[in-house]
Write a protein that binds this ligand. Structure first.
Ligand SMILES: Cc1ncc(COP(=O)(O)O)c(C=O)c1O
Length: 349
């Protein structure tokens, strides 16, 4: 029996399991982790090439100022409304560190991003999961919860559900603590909740360049919110949480609005095509406002998943209620979708 050095609070703890990342270049059709189907913008790649040089021996800007300034310009804010994180994931951790005292509650809906619960446990906080209602609606109990922090993904993952303005406004208005609205997928949705930021000092928007920014490999996230919230996040951040290359790429990606717009347009069109094709193949398809579709195959899901994997096609498969038997499939290129559909045909035959 190996000895455990893990702190007692984490005995029996199950960490978050990221989606499979097979080695590059092995010919996988990767539709399991909601990455961009397109490469980073050519302007981002050029900026990165130019930044590889002698200066990498120096630490980066601790506040990643050039990135904050570019983001602030993009959203008509001042830089004191912007915090930076090593991916959206680090921003979630920073929220837990900044806003929740030892043992206090962290509230979130379920099913949602499976990182929220283990991350809260890691900091020895008390995760409170509020089950989504009919049609994956946010439950009233979430708004009523007195937790100092709520984490709410909009659009939600893995369900793809979009919560419109009145729902979010009600949640934020009724919340005593901070509402971190996780907008990782918002660029694929009808609108952002930037419009509520100036009205509610307890609302924080968490964003990422991993999806519409096509930069999952560089780990860049940003938060938008009242300067009092931003200052609290900066108190708990790691000293140099964005490296020099990430800062350069963040600026170039944010400034290349045209590329982002075209990428989003592609994803939204392909999302419709993929949803229709899967519905045509007998799948149950939930409405999605994100860069993935949430679907249930008309055959035993575990077997379909394994059959796809054997054909080098990866999707995300859920085996726990209330979403046991569902898949989350990232929107890719038409070629990737055709590979998925032909593998499905073989597997289900
Ligand atoms: C709901 C949600 N929030 C946040 C993230 C964080 O993304 P990243 O850490 O790559 O910025 C993800 C990633 O898939 C996500 O699904």
């Amino acid at each position: 029996m190996p000895q455990s050095f893990l702190k007692r609070a984490l005995s029996g703890f199950t960490p978050y399991t990221p989606g499979l990342q097979p080695p590059d270049g092995e010919g996988w059709t990767k539709l399991n982790t909601n990455e961009s189907p397109w490469p980073p913008s050519p302007k981002v790649l050029a900026a990165l090439h130019a930044a590889i040089g002698e200066n990498l021996r120096l630490y980066p800007s601790p506040l990643a100022e050039p990135a904050r300034e570019a983001i602030a310009r993009e959203f008509g804010l001042t830089p004191d409304w912007v915090a930076m994180g090593n991916g959206g994931d680090e921003l979630i951790a920073m929220c837990l560190r900044a806003f929740v005292g030892a043992g206090e509650r962290v509230a979130f809906p379920t099913p949602s991003y499976p990182l929220y619960e283990p991350e809260a446990l890691m900091y020895e906080l008390t995760p409170i999961a509020h089950p989504l209602g009919e049609g994956w609606a946010l439950p009233d109990s979430l708004a009523a919860d007195e937790a100092p922090l709520k984490l709410v993904a909009n659009p939600n993952s893995p369900t793809g559900t979009w919560y419109p303005r009145p729902v979010i406004e009600d949640l934020v208005r009724r919340s005593r603590g901070v509402v971190a609205l996780d907008e990782a997928y918002v660029d694929f949705a009808p609108e952002t909740r930037l419009d509520l930021l100036h009205e509610h000092a307890n609302l924080l928007l968490l964003r990422t360049l991993s999806k519409s920014g096509a930069l999952a490999g560089l780990r860049i996230g940003y938060a938008l919110g009242h300067p009092d919230l931003i200052r609290a996040l900066d108190v708990v951040k790691d000293s140099y949480n964005l490296d020099r290359l990430a800062i350069v790429a963040a600026v170039a990606a944010i400034e290349d609005r045209d590329y982002r717009r075209r990428l989003v347009e592609h994803v939204v069109n392909e999302r419709d095509w993929l949803a229709e094709s899967l519905a045509g193949a007998g799948f149950t398809v939930a409405p999605s406002a994100a860069n993935f579709v949430f679907v249930r195959p008309p055959a035993p899901a575990g077997e379909v998943f394994e059959g796809l994997k054997a054909r080098k096609v990866l999707v995300r498969h859920y085996d726990r209620e209330p979403i046991a038997g569902w898949f989350r499939v990232t929107v890719g290129t038409r070629e990737q979708h055709e590979r998925l559909l032909s593998a499905l045909q073989e597997v289900m035959a």
